[in-house]
Design a protein around this ligand. Structure first.
Ligand SMILES: CC(C)(COP(=O)(O)OP(=O)(O)OC[C@H]1O[C@@H](n2cnc3c(N)ncnc32)[C@H](O)[C@@H]1OP(=O)(O)O)[C@@H](O)C(=O)NCCC(=O)NCCS
Length: 155
């Protein structure tokens, strides 16, 4: 028997300025310290790799990455909270690795808040290793700061 409605088409598409309002709403839902419009616009103007993962017109998540000399630096990866825990980060990290290899990069590097256990687990589950820490890297409010864990994946 056919399903009542066809499955929504899942695809990656470039993150462009015309979807920024929606992306900023996801940021607000996903982070205590979200990126702002300028952070995204600067990334787009710099030509960074910025991809949306969409199901039909619905944004599930997105990532922004910068190409370096022989590495790719992941700057932002976010799954909209209602869609978290369904494998979408894993899919985006796979797509990032494919893109990085296509750029002849040998590594992906990223920083993640030391308190962000969910993200740390997601990265480790996708093969990333802890390479070190940067003390007092991120603001946490009230003038306090927290460390970043530096992680990398060999491509
Ligand atoms: C971190 C984040 C990107 C993970 O996305 P996700 O789509 O929920 O993750 P996935 O479903 O692809 O799961 C990948 C791995 O993450 C871990 N994970 C997922 N949901 C989890 C949960 N609720 N609790 C703990 N770990 C979890 C698991 O290790 C999982 O691996 P497994 O499939 O082998 O079990 C997402 O939670 C998010 O957007 N968080 C807010 C923004 C953020 O912190 N971004 C990272 C900044 S560095």
């Amino acid at each position: 028997m056919l399903p009542e409605s066809p499955p929504l088409e899942l695809q990656f598409e470039p993150l462009l300025a015309d979807r920024l309002d929606e992306v900023l709403r996801v940021e607000q839902r996903a982070y205590r310290h979200p990126w702002n419009r300028t952070n995204f616009l600067d990334s787009l103007h710099a030509g960074y790799q910025a991809q949306l993962l969409v199901a039909g017109t619905q944004i599930l998540g997105y990532f922004v990455a910068m190409k370096g000399v022989d590495e790719v630096h992941l700057l932002n990866i976010t799954v909209d909270p209602p869609y978290q825990g369904q494998g979408w980060a894993r899919l985006m990290l796979d797509a990032l690795a494919v893109w990085g290899r296509g750029q002849a990069a040998q590594w992906v590097w990223l920083e993640v808040r030391a308190s962000n256990t969910r993200a740390l687990r997601a990265y480790e589950s996708c093969g990333y290793r802890r390479m070190g820490e940067r003390k007092d890297y991120y603001p946490v409010g009230d003038g306090q700061r927290e460390a970043a864990v530096v992680m990398s994946l060999r491509l």
